[in-house]
Design a protein around this ligand. Structure first.
Ligand code: MG
Length: 119
């Protein structure tokens, strides 16, 4: 079964404001590896969509951080990850039963390389 990876945007993705350490190339790699990917950010949904469109990445979901539990019911997966840069990201992720990863741990790409405890 697939692994779902939810990316925060600002402070997490290189396309964010401020830019974060997770590159769009890492996102593409996750997708190529079969991960279900998308964003869960405080940004309005159309703004999130525009960022993905600009980078020509077709995501499976765009959501708010409060929507993480819904993602779990919408997408059956083996593991769920949310990667972000704030304690709020961590809180929403853990409450929803996601693994939480700090943005600067993203380079380990645990959704590809196997589970690590980033919380
Ligand atoms: Mg952020």
């Amino acid at each position: 079964m697939a692994v779902l990876v939810s990316f925060d945007i600002d402070g997490t993705l290189e396309a964010g404001d401020p830019p974060g350490p997770v590159t769009m190339s890492m996102v593409r790699k996750a997708q190529a590896h079969g991960c279900i990917i998308g964003s869960s950010s405080d940004r309005p949904l159309p703004v999130q969509q525009a960022i993905w469109d600009r980078h020509r990445i077709e995501v499976s979901f765009i959501s708010h951080k409060q929507g993480l539990p819904d993602l779990k019911s919408r997408f059956p997966a083996e593991e769920y990850y949310h990667i972000g840069d704030t304690e709020l990201d961590q809180q929403f992720a853990l409450e929803a039963g996601f693994h939480f990863l700090w943005m600067d741990a993203g380079y380990t790409e645990p959704w590809i390389n196997g589970r690590t405890d980033g919380a």
